[in-house]
Design a binder for this molecule. Sequence first.
Ligand code: IPD
Ligand code: CA
Ligand code: CA
Length: 255
Amino acid sequence: MLDKIIEISKEVGEVIKEDFGKHHLVEYKTNLSNIVTDTDKKAEKIITGFIKKEFPSHNILAEEGSRKEGNSDYLWVIDPIDGTTNFAHGLPIFSVSIGVMKKDEIIAGVVYDIMRNVIYSAENGSGSFGNGRKLNVSKNDDLRKSLLVTGFPYNVAENPDNVYEKFVAFLKSSRAVRRLGSAAIDCCFVAEGVFDGFWEVSLNPWDICAGKLIIEEAGGKVTNFKGEQVSIFSPQFLASNGYIHDKMMKILLEN
Ligand code: IPD
Ligand code: CA
Ligand code: CA
């Protein structure tokens, strides 16, 4: 199955790359910050068409509205472009993110970092890879020397979840905090040991389904802000190399 996910990720990645830098038809979802382009919709249609052909019984949950609910144990969770705002503005940081669940377990995940041409992939129990190279989280246990990443929900202006306070607290207690604009790529960079930790609220299942498995298979830890196990539907996401997890939790709980 992983080979199939990689195949469709590459195929649709080429289509997205061809559209990059061109003028886009943009529609607004919930507000002026939350946009979708014609390319997001086109990419999602290509991916769901592929699944319906190759795995006709499988269920589908995709960001731009594709749903297929049946009796199958398998669910494909798809973000056709993670980082749409970057894509629409010409910033080359965006990805295709596809995770596959069997019942409640993520069994395979692929994030294609299109402009860097890196396929991040993982299968349950088999490790994580970036273009075939095995990934490992960092070994840094000092939060003050950590490079962290986060993101903000589209309703950040109204979101009461102390998003700014947490951001400021981490700015003061870590080496630096980045905001790349693709949660799926953020996850892969944790898996690769580039970032030591990543936190965000209000992510959607398609943002993190593949990324969560890629982090865990690289030896990382994913929980909510209280340290409890999370599903892809959880409103809080805390991922780290494991070593700085408790320190990050403390800051998230105190701010
Ligand atoms: C967004 C990105 C971003 C995160 C947002 C997501 P989209 O996904 O992953 O990094 O901060 O919360 O909604 O809309 O570009 O697919
Ligand atoms: Ca997304
Ligand atoms: Ca998206």
